[in-house]
Design a protein around this ligand. Sequence first.
Ligand code: PXG
Length: 456
Amino acid sequence: MAYQNRSAADWQRLDARHHLHPFTDPAVLARDGARILCKGDGVYLWDADGKRYLDGMAGLWCVNVGYGRTRLAKTMAQQAEELAYYNAFFMTATPAQAELAARIADLTPGALNHVFFGNSGSDANDSIVRTVWHYWRTLGQPKRRVFISRVHAYHGSTLTGASLGGWKNMHALGDTLLPGFEHIMPPYWYVFGGDLTPADFGLVAAEALEKKILEIGPDNVAAFIGEPVMGAGGVIVPPATYWPEVQRICRKYGILLIADEVICGFGRTGEWFGSQTLGIAPDIMTIAKGLSSGYAPISAMVLSDDVYRVLANGGEFAHGYTYSGHPVSCATALENIRIMEEENLVARVRDDIGPYFQLKLRSLSDHPLVGEVRGVGLLGGVELARNKATRTLFDPTLKVGAFCMNLAFERGVIIRAIRDVLEFSPPLIITHQQVDTLIDETRAILDAAAQQFAVT
Ligand code: PXG
């Protein structure tokens, strides 16, 4: 190992002193110390004290084939020995890059055939913003600059990623919301739906896009970006009426449609891509996470033939990262895709474990704390409510969701909470029995929360 064997307390001390963590309050970290995770196998993780956790989140929505895959480790070692690094700049390429680009073109639907590699979902979305601006300039429409996204959307943490996203706390950090990034109401019926049926509300939420386009002026709008199912923002599954109408509006005004598939891609929803599950034909797609099951950092923006044709006449594409198409990451992604195919993981999610998980998750609906259960495939969200009948949420300062997430860790299961929505995104290899455990544990956690927050 590259690191020394120390006690959990020693690692916690080093960590708290020197490591600034993502999305963490440093003062709380300094007080409580981080949980130090050391080993993974299948759906399980072990911490420095040897305690085992069932990971209901596949890391951060990414370890789709599960932990501890020797084949992936060997592939990484082999590629590192053969050629650890070379870049894709100035007319060079490496075999794994070329093959992975072709595999992605095969797997993605429709005319999405042109791949630009990055290292994270954030930088892929950043690349998309630059590329889309370049696209419209090349087409002689330089005024088309505005991106439209949704409240609660997560599209990354770079300056443009955070601006594309609709998280107020992220915009507030350093006051960094860029001009020209607009956010409309999300298709979030439970909170925004009022007295409308979900189907009617889906149309109203889509109409918000048209209203925003007309407000800005259609000639100023570059693109609309959305996750097929919003993941980190609360596993928000749109009503069936939503996407067809959004797509129609984008086409009507000639606006590019971008599907951010960072969470939905690579089997999560029961198809290779969420766009297939939700019936969307995007012009551009963002992929990351499940592309390598998190074993190596890699992302991509995938462009349609039509978008690419414009760039092909746009001169030098003056954009790229040192690690665009890193050979180790590309080789890992190729092997990861091979594993997914050999083990039929996408069909498994669609036909077997996905429906089973959804059924079990929905069994929580009768719990006094559960307002709504949402999800598709192996993506699940449980919206907690103070009053189910009136769809009244808890006072956010009570932090009911965080209470549940912490108790889950204590009980040896990992789930995530955003606001008071519990989120689930287990590895695609999770067994029926492990799903049972995950849901049984969640019920026990909800019981404890009901007692804590006096809901009966
Ligand atoms: N788009 C989507 C849809 C994502 O979920 C990104 C872009 C950015 O990817 P990178 O690789 O730059 O992190 C993501 C990432 C959470 C959480 O709070 C979710 C993500 C990242 C960190 C935390 O659940 N998703």
